[in-house]
Design a protein around this ligand. Structure first.
Ligand code: NAD
Length: 262
């Protein structure tokens, strides 16, 4: 088991959207190692769901899977309701579900593609946060500590994204921005809002790239390589821990090997 580095995360109820693989799963595993109660989510259960949950249990946490398509507002509300029915409340929400959907240059963007990118990256983040709000408020009231919303941004939110990813980049810029308003109006509720903004991380997100493209991208990263999903996880632990970041809100932490410096 990894050493306990954030003791106040033990027993925290942490809902992580889009966490059946990649960054979300690595983050779920890191929270489980801290003794947290973790909800993982995807549109449907991954084949190895029982093993995943048992491993998190063995690592010292509690874990449950909640199916839900977050591209629809009803799916967001249902996920929060299911998690609360299981764990009794929410202390930390991680809005991780997101993705490219596809790559389309300006000439080929149609309404359906626009909607799909906005639904997955913007609607899911907004509506899941909205549904979680009363529970986060209650968490802060009961515990006397801040509750936390951590959303996943992207380097593309600054740079505009790679080929065919203009809508994705713009959606992530929106994610970077929308929390500023929530900081202004919900700090009084004891809720902090922060963002982890990854660079290029070796997950299924980059499954469309061949070795040559990967090498080219790596050569433009000062660290000389893609990041690992597990290397993103500690940033979420930091923002979730009231003891570590209780006075940190409205921030973006770029975890990108130096690939981009805003
Ligand atoms: P991934 O493809 O490995 O994982 C995506 C996760 O989202 C999966 O668990 C999947 O089940 C879930 N998901 C997809 N559509 C969903 C839906 N409609 N409802 C619920 N869950 C859904 O990708 P990843 O690289 O781990 O990406 C995680 C987050 O990090 C995303 O928001 C992504 O935009 C962001 N990000 C990734 C990178 C990167 O280089 N990998 C860089 C910057 C930002």
């Amino acid at each position: 088991m990894a050493p306990f580095i954030f003791p106040d995360l033990k027993d925290k109820r942490v809902l992580i959207t889009g966490s059946t693989m990649g960054i979300g799963l690595a983050t779920a595993q890191a929270f489980a190692q801290q003794g947290a109660k973790v909800g993982i989510n995807g549109r449907k259960a991954p084949e190895q769901v029982d093993t995943l949950l048992a491993d998190m249990q063995a690592a010292g946490g509690e874990a449950a899977f909640f199916a839900g398509d977050l591209s629809h507002s009803a799916g967001c509300a249902q996920l929060v309701a299911d998690f609360v029915a299981h764990f009794g409340g929410i202390d930390v929400l991680i809005n991780n579900a997101g993705g490219l959907v596809g790559r389309k240059p300006l000439e080929s963007i149609d309404d359906a593609f626009f909607d799909a990118v906005a639904d997955l990256n913007m609607r899911s983040m907004l509506m899941t946060t909205q549904a979680a709000l009363p529970h986060l408020r209650e968490s802060a009231k009961q515990s006397g500590q801040t509750a936390s919303v951590i959303s996943v941004g992207s380097i593309a939110g600054y740079t505009g994204g790679g080929p065919g990813a203009s809508l994705y980049g713009a959606a992530k810029a929106w994610v970077h921005n929308v929390q500023k308003n929530w900081v202004d109006f919900h700090t009084k509720d004891g809720i902090r809002f922060n963002i982890v903004s990854p660079g290029t991380v070796d997950t299924a997100f980059h499954a469309d790239k061949n070795e040559e493209v990967r090498q080219r991208i790596s050569s433009g990263i000062p660290m000389g390589r893609f990041g690992l999903a597990a290397e993103m996880a500690p940033a979420f632990l930091f923002f979730a821990s009231h003891a570590c970041s209780g006075y940190v809100t409205g921030q973006i932490l770029d975890v990108n090997g130096g690939q981009f410096m805003p």
